[in-house]
Ligand binder design. Structure first.
Ligand code: C5P
Length: 208
């Protein structure tokens, strides 16, 4: 059985949590595509000693291995910024495209979350969601996550990081972050995670 759920939206809106819970409900495989860009960004920073070289970043994307993706140091704000910088590069996006499409077509169903899943990676996805929330709510949610490893982190720092990435992700020429015309928009600003997951499950059940 092939069935694809595409979940897009800005950082810390709840995409990942919704994707994980919906995947568990239906037994679908889940790919957090942000991790691919984070892995490329982290390695590009390391090789360039803090400076990202676009040609090098594309080479890294072409040769990306499981060991680059399954690291526990990809969730930092520094790596997130590097991810959004390499994500503007068309060669980087092209190198990561087929892996994501193959994942989406795997037997048993798949959920991918990112920025361009419903628009570019899987325009034929059976279900498309665009998950969003106010800037303030997203910054607060991300602060709680990041404070586990960085107790001194300030809300303004997190808010600034999200804002910079939102602007870069939405304004780039290559696969900008935008809701697909046929996406169901879930604004989680005042919605509990349970309600958002329930809405997503209903949307999947309608198409199964
Ligand atoms: O989702 P996450 O915040 O981990 O993604 C990190 C960065 O990777 C995003 O800010 C965005 O620039 C990039 N990204 C992307 N397309 C995707 C997933 C992530 O451009 N499908």
């Amino acid at each position: 059985m092939r069935f694809t759920v595409a979940i897009d939206g800005p950082a810390a809106a709840g995409k990942g949590t919704i994707a994980r819970l919906v995947a568990a409900e239906f037994g679908f495989a889940h790919l957090d595509t942000g991790l691919l860009y984070r892995a490329v960004g982290r390695k590009a920073l390391e090789i360039g000693r803090g400076v990202i070289d676009p040609v090098q970043a594309a080479k890294i994307a072409e040769a990306l291995a499981d060991t680059d993706i399954n690291r526990d140091d990809l969730r930092t704000a520094r790596v997130a910024q590097a991810a959004s910088k390499v994500a503007v590069l068309p060669d980087v996006r092209a190198a990561l495209l087929q892996f994501q499409r193959d994942f989406a077509q795997r037997n048993g169903g798949a959920i991918l979350d990112g920025r361009d899943i419903g628009t570019v990676i899987c325009p034929q996805a059976e279900v498309k969601l665009f998950v969003t929330a106010s800037d303030q709510v997203r910054a607060n949610r991300r602060l709680v996550e990041l404070r586990v490893g960085a107790p001194e982190l300030a809300l303004e720092t997190v808010a600034r990081d999200l804002k910079q990435r939102d602007i870069r992700d939405a304004s780039r020429d290559a696969a900008p972050m935008v809701a697909a015309d046929d996406a169901l928009v879930l604004d989680t600003t005042e919605m509990t995670i349970e309600a958002a997951v329930a809405a997503a499950i209903t949307a999947v059940n309608k198409r199964l």
